[in-house]
Every structure is written in structure tokens, then in C-alpha cells.
Design a binder for this molecule. Structure first.
Ligand SMILES: *[C@@H]1O[C@H](CO)[C@@H](O)[C@H](O)[C@H]1NC(C)=O
Ligand SMILES: *[C@@H]1O[C@H](CO)[C@@H](O)[C@H](O)[C@H]1NC(C)=O
Ligand SMILES: *[C@@H]1O[C@H](CO)[C@@H](O)[C@H](O)[C@H]1NC(C)=O
Ligand SMILES: *[C@@H]1O[C@H](CO)[C@@H](O)[C@H](O)[C@H]1NC(C)=O
Ligand SMILES: *[C@@H]1O[C@H](CO)[C@@H](O)[C@H](O)[C@H]1NC(C)=O
Ligand SMILES: *[C@@H]1O[C@H](CO)[C@@H](O)[C@H](O)[C@H]1NC(C)=O
Ligand SMILES: *[C@@H]1O[C@H](CO)[C@@H](O)[C@H](O)[C@H]1NC(C)=O
Length: 442
């Protein structure tokens, strides 16, 4: 399988469209003040019910949602995460709807990239046609994946440092990955809904070649269908106050696990995944090293009238790309809600919050039993230390070069003060308060 020619559009910034036309594409940069804001639009479902009164009226409402949010937020980039239209009911004039749904971003002069959903295909509309319509516009960064990779929108967009920051290696600072979760049906039949193995393989290879050229680069991933990993989190989200957002829907994940989420986790670079598809879900939560997020449904197509539409807005800062990046929901009525800090690997705040939560649970337990002292049982402490030492063994601060005098090891060779796992694994562990591990003394 061939790799994407990184340099071809990384450095020369030239795109080759399906029809072979070369369009200039300016490289996208962080702003000079280091900020970069992405507005996401998902599940617009343009063109649904074309013969009805409600269909075109819904499209007008969706256009207003996008126009207002762009005016309020002034993003640096726009991402569409699928179901741009309801292509299964469309006549051969599908491209009219693509122009219609892109109008707010085109008129505003915003750059964008999209990935397609299970409704972006039908008897009269192919993904390739949608892509070709998008690529008429200079501001579109949507691309076709390489030959041999199943699906249409498997590609990436590099985002470069602020223009006034010197960058001799010409390395991007951030990668936006797009994956095609496919699905839907056309006259040949149903198309399975998942990121195909060949796309996962492409991602892993591309990542390795980027890493070899530039080292690890922080990244975000965008695709339409959630993965199976979203389901158990969704089921317990009522007990996760740190995971805000709408959860009024079920999760219908990709039909097969091709190791896609594991590949994102293993990348060590993808910080968050953003999906659409389940219109009533708009939450974000922590999962291993990748935060899992739903974008907020933006379109009034798609058949549900009860939910307020909106957008997940992602705000990044060039100086802290490996640390905290935030997102929030901007609703169509102007309300700003569901702020979610994506914490990265040095997220002291989350650790402290979970420690406080643990302490409060202890105090409550003590008060109920009128205890004056609480200690950790010897067994629990020994078990914990054994686990930590086991995990630490492979790490640099236990390697000979670092061993005493190292600030991480005391004079008895014991590790002090550090937790070797990810912040989210720490949070999960400490949230699991077990009184069996404690001695309560009257
Ligand atoms: C780039 O420009 C911004 C805004 O003018 C300024 O704050 C920043 O210090 C500049 N950075 C460099 C590396 O010159
Ligand atoms: C597309 O064609 C159908 C069938 O002729 C028609 O009902 C619909 O209004 C057309 N859509 C647009 C946006 O022109
Ligand atoms: C596709 O377009 C034709 C008209 O060219 C129309 O008869 C047919 O119903 C359309 N298919 C769908 C699924 O809407
Ligand atoms: C795209 O940019 C080129 C070069 O700047 C220009 O000639 C062309 O008219 C633009 N096309 C559109 C659709 O804006
Ligand atoms: C249906 O979609 C699949 C997947 O995109 C494609 O391979 C196939 O050629 C399409 N069939 C028709 C008739 O367009
Ligand atoms: C990236 O490159 C570094 C240094 O060569 C290597 O240690 C690391 O394993 C690579 N990571 C990936 C995901 O390939
Ligand atoms: C906007 O919509 C949300 C969700 O429906 C609601 O909670 C909020 O009160 C609304 N705000 C305004 C200003 O209408």
C-alpha cells in the first residue's frame, strides 16, 4: 500500500482533485497569538423530504444554525463530521444540496474539511460526487484517501505553527485525522459501517512515517460513527459529573472492531475523537489516552424536533498542545454550555479533583461510623506498591542512569510521589473507593 505523500501537500500545499485538477491550498497555520479554534457541524441531513414543506424549511433552519454560530465564534477552521445530507432520498441534483450546506462557510470565507456518514450515499449520489462538489471551492481541505484504502474520506490535514514562529523542519504542529466509517446503501446494496482494516493500516503506516520525519505530533480524530468504546461510558455517564453533555440517545457504534480505537490509543498522539451519528448525544468523556466526544447535532434535518441544535467548538493553544485543550457546545440559541477540558498527560487538576473526591468519601464514611482516624490496610498498601513498582520497572526514572540519587527514588530504593499511568487511569482507579482497603479507628 502506498503512503500519502506528506510533502506533496505539507510543503507544496497542492491538492489533486478526483478529476485531476490541481488547486492551490494554502497551508493552515495557528494564529500569531498561538490560538486555533475549530467549529464542528454534524448531522445536517440536508435535502430530507425534498417534496414536503418541512424539508426545505429544515434546511433553511440548518443554514441559520451554521451562519449564527460562525458569526459568534469566528473559527479558524470548520469540520463536518458526516451526514451532511440525506442522500438516500435524493434525485440526481444532490450537488445542489452540497453547495447549499457549504454556503455559510463559503460566504464567511472559512476553511473546512469533512468526513462522510452513512447518509452521504444513495442510489443517485456517490461520495465521490459530494467530494468533487466540495473540491470546487478553494477553501475546502477535504480529500480522497489513497488507492487501496476502503472508504472515501480517509486523510489528514496538517496545521502549522504560527507564521511568526520559526519552523526550519517545516513540521506541522497538529494533525487533524479524518476517517470514513462508511455505511448506508446504494443500488449495489448495503455498505458495512466501520473504519476498514485498510484504513487502520494506512493510519499506522502514515503515523510511523510522520514520526520518523518529524517526531510525534499531537492530533485530533474526526469520524462519523462512534466506536464500541463509547457504549460502556455512555451507560454510566450519569455517574460521571466530569463528563458533561447531552445523552438522550442510544449509542449505535461501528459494526466491527478493526482495532481502530486501539490504533488511536496506541498512536500516543491522538488526544480526542469527535463523532456524530447519534443525534441526541453530545457528551465528552475520558477514555485511556483518547478523550471520546460526540459533536452536537447541527442540522434540523434528520427527523427529530425536540433537541436544541448546536456545535462542538474546539479551542487549541499552540503552547499547550500536549496539555490541556478545551471544547464546549455553542447552541443555536446562543447559549454556551458543556465545557469539557481535554486534559492531556499532565493533568494535575483532574488528579487533584479525584483525590478530593476520595477524601470526601472517607470523611463521610468516618462521620457515619463516628471514627477519628483512618489508615490504609497493610495488604492494600503492599498490593498497590507492588503494582506501581511493576509498572515503574520499565520506566526511565528506574533505569540505572537515574537510580539513586534520583528525585524519584528514596534512599531505600523506594519510588516516591509518582504515579506511572495516565491521568485518566489514575482517575478511574481512585474513583473506585473501597472501604475494605481502609482501617476505620474509633
Ligand atoms: C508572534 O506574534 C504575536 C502577536 O503579535 C506575539 O505575541 C508573539 O510574541 C510573536 N511570537 C514570536 C515568536 O515572535
Ligand atoms: C431536486 O430535485 C427534486 C426532484 O425534481 C426536487 O423536488 C427538489 O426540489 C430539487 N432540489 C433542489 C434543491 O433543487
Ligand atoms: C433517483 O432519481 C430518479 C430520477 O432521476 C428517481 O426516479 C428516483 O426515485 C431517485 N432515487 C431515489 C432513491 O430517490
Ligand atoms: C481559487 O483560487 C484561484 C487562485 O487564487 C482563483 O483563480 C480561483 O478563481 C479561485 N476559485 C474559486 C472558486 O474561488
Ligand atoms: C455503492 O457504493 C460502494 C461503496 O462506496 C461502491 O463501491 C459501489 O461502486 C457503489 N455502487 C454504485 C452502483 O454506485
Ligand atoms: C516515534 O519515534 C520514536 C523515536 O524514533 C520511537 O521511539 C517511537 O516508538 C515512535 N512512535 C511511533 C508511534 O512510531
Ligand atoms: C437554549 O437552549 C438550552 C437547551 O435547550 C436551554 O437550556 C437554554 O435555556 C436556552 N437558552 C436560551 C437563552 O434560550
Amino acid at each position: 500500500m502506498q503512503n500519502l505523500p506528506i510533502y506533496a501537500f505539507g510543503l507544496c500545499a497542492v491538492l489533486i482533485t478526483a478529476s485531476g485538477i490541481q488547486l492551490p491550498r494554502d497551508p493552515v497555520h495557528f494564529n500569531d497569538d498561538g490560538t486555533f479554534k475549530i467549529v464542528t457541524f454534524t448531522d445536517l441531513h440536508y435535502g430530507e423530504g425534498p417534496g414536503t414543506e418541512q424539508g426545505p424549511a429544515n434546511d433553511l433552519k440548518s443554514t441559520k444554525v451554521m451562519t449564527d454560530i460562525l458569526r459568534w465564534e469566528h473559527p479558524d477552521f470548520v469540520v463536518y463530521t458526516g451526514d451532511l445530507m440525506s442522500a438516500e432520498v435524493m434525485f440526481p441534483n444532490g450537488s445542489v444540496y452540497v453547495d447549499m450546506l457549504l454556503k455559510p462557510v463559503v460566504d464567511g470565507g472559512y476553511r473546512w474539511a469533512s468526513t462522510y456518514g452513512n447518509h452521504d450515499i444513495g442510489n443517485n449520489v456517490t461520495r465521490e460526487e459530494i467530494l468533487e462538489t466540495e473540491q470546487k471551492y478553494n477553501l475546502s481541505y477535504t480529500q480522497h484517501g489513497v488507492d487501496g484504502v476502503e472508504g472515501t474520506t480517509n486523510y489528514f490535514v496538517p496545521i502549522y505553527p504560527p507564521k511568526n514562529v520559526s519552523n526550519p523542519s517545516e513540521a506541522p504542529s497538529l494533525i487533524l485525522w479524518f476517517f470514513d466509517t462508511r455505511g448506508g446503501r446504494n443500488s449495489s446494496g448495503g455498505i458495512p459501517a466501520y473504519v476498514h482494516e485498510t484504513a487502520v493500516e494506512w493510519f499506522v503506516q502514515e503515523l510511523a512515517s510522520m514520526n520518523a520525519t518529524w517526531g510525534p505530533i499531537p492530533a485530533l480524530a474526526f469520524f462519523h460513527y462512534p466506536t464500541a468504546e463509547y457504549s460502556p461510558i455512555h451507560d454510566e455517564i450519569d455517574q460521571r459529573p466530569e463528563c458533561p453533555g447531552q445523552h438522550d440517545d442510544i449509542v449505535t457504534p461501528q459494526e466491527r472492531d478493526t482495532g481502530f480505537m486501539q490504533a488511536l490509543v496506541n498512536s500516543g498522539t491522538v488526544k480526542s475523537a469527535f463523532v456524530g451519528h447519534n443525534h441526541g448525544n453530545g457528551w465528552c468523556c475520558y477514555y485511556q489516552s483518547v478523550d471520546l466526544c460526540y459533536n452536537r447535532q447541527s442540522g434540523h434535518g434528520g427527523g427529530w424536533v425536540g433537541w436544541t441544535r448546536g456545535s462542538r467548538v474546539i479551542t487549541l493553544n499552540h503552547a499547550t498542545l500536549w496539555g490541556q485543550t478545551n471544547s464546549y457546545i455553542r447552541l443555536e440559541n446562543g447559549t454556551f454550555t458543556d465545557f469539557f477540558p481535554s486534559l492531556g498527560h499532565n493533568a494535575v487538576t483532574l488528579m487533584m479533583e479525584n483525590q478530593m473526591d476520595f477524601v470526601i468519601k472517607c470523611v463521610r464514611w468516618m462521620t457515619e461510623r463516628q471514627c477519628s482516624l483512618v489508615t490504609v490496610t497493610e495488604t492494600a498498601e503492599a498490593k498497590y506498591m507492588e503494582k506501581i513498582h511493576g509498572e515503574m520497572k520499565e520506566m526511565v526514572w528506574m533505569s540505572p542512569g537515574c537510580n539513586p540519587p534520583s528525585q524519584y527514588v528514596d534512599k531505600f530504593g523506594r519510588i516516591v510521589a509518582l504515579y506511572p499511568g495516565t491521568v485518566s487511569s489514575y482517575a478511574t482507579e481512585i474513583r473506585n473507593f473501597s472501604p475494605n482497603h481502609l482501617n476505620f479507628i474509633k
